[in-house]
Design a binder for this molecule. Sequence first.
Ligand code: ADP
Length: 493
Amino acid sequence: MSKQREGRPAPSIRTLFATSVVAITLVAALVTTALVRTAVRFETATTSIVRDAQSWALAGEVQLTLLMYQRISNLYTVTREPTLDETRDQVVVDLMRLLDTAEQYASSKEEQMLIDQVRRYFERYLDERAEIEAMELDFADVLARTQEALAETVDLLEQLHDLNEAQVFAAQMEAVRWNRLAVIVAALSASVLAGGLLFIAIGAHRYVLRPILELHDTIERFRKGSEGARMPQRGLREIQELVQRFNEMADVLTKQRERQLTFLAGIAHDLRSPLTAIKIGMQAIAEEQSVTRRNRAHAMLDRQIDRLARMVDDLLDATRIEAGRLDMRFENFDLRDVISDMIGLYAPTSPDHDIQAAIPEEPVVIAADSHRIEQVISNLLSNAIKFSPRGGPIRIALETAGDEVVLTVADQGIGIRPEDREEIFLPFQRSSADVAPGAGLGLSVVRRIVEAHGGYIDVEGEPLHGSVFRVVLPVGGASMPVDPPRPDESARP
Ligand code: ADP
């Protein structure tokens, strides 16, 4: 399996997607706020320009109207023509209206005060002029006496004019500044957007697209038969998980293929040995004159046929387990009887082994499938014999513990490595193929049978110091459906 990269775990697609969405939304919100603010400020500045320009023009118009008033008044002073008096009254109304309008357009306190002052000075000028005209003075005197008030009003209008001019320029500068800022914000946001998109595109290519294409290639290579095709973990978390799943699946498939081959080799080997023995036995029976030797050959034939039958039974059971079906017939029986029968069956087959039993005096009745339990004990005993090639004692013990019975089969054979203790209960797993022939199915069938009774089986012992298999069964029995094998067990031939 590929090595996982050290360091921080890769971010997930979901996290990255959420972060990108949040970042883009934030940038968009910031850019929009900045653009809206600059647009508003720009509009305010433009409106100020228009307004101040109007005020500027109005200040000029008021000045002209004032001068016009003075001209008409001077003419009136000389001619005393009543229509001129009416006309200048109309001019006063116009001037006042102009000042009203200027007041509306005023954009500062200072401007407002100046307009008020203009209005007051103009009224004072009107009053003074009316008084002086009533004195019936000559034209030059009237002109001289009204000159000062008029000059002061004109002077104020001049100030108003200058102020408006300054305000127009200031507003213009402001508008230019905001306009420039808007251009900078737009350029910046365009660069950020382009940069962000480039970053996302590079990231997507490197951490999503490339690993997916690589995974696709690896799957394709594996599919075409390259068993070692695996992919190192790359990309975002979900892709890494996908890669890990593929690597695990490829490992399982490769292992399964290896097991199938081992299984076929084991079956072929196991079939060949009894078949060869049967053939030799048949020849011996045909040619042998001595009755004793013929009887021995018969016994040997019998054993080999039993061995073949057991293999076929194991294969059938394994197939049933694979299909998720194992028939069970529960009944009450004394477990001691089954143990004695099995010892009676196996003891004569191996004189090098001394099978000892430690069973209670009183009956140990359990509710179970006696045939299957027989199969379990038979398997454990035959394994104990098979894997103790130098002979030695084999102890079979039975005891009750509460509602459970505990059956142990201990030998002093080759033992089992700690790392193989779980594995040997899987189908087609054999850790000592060189010691004795077999298909590696017996213990997997045994475990299934024990579990189907609601019990469990385990093993202890060290290599070269023998093994102790322990079966724990409930006294009452439990008719449990046999589950189809777990994925790691499904190594179908
Ligand atoms: P088989 O006996 O056909 O190999 P089993 O499923 O009965 O298949 O056993 C699986 C493996 O477990 C054996 O190949 C052997 O390596 C190991 N094993 C079983 N019983 C013993 C035992 N009593 N002592 C040592 N190893 C054992």
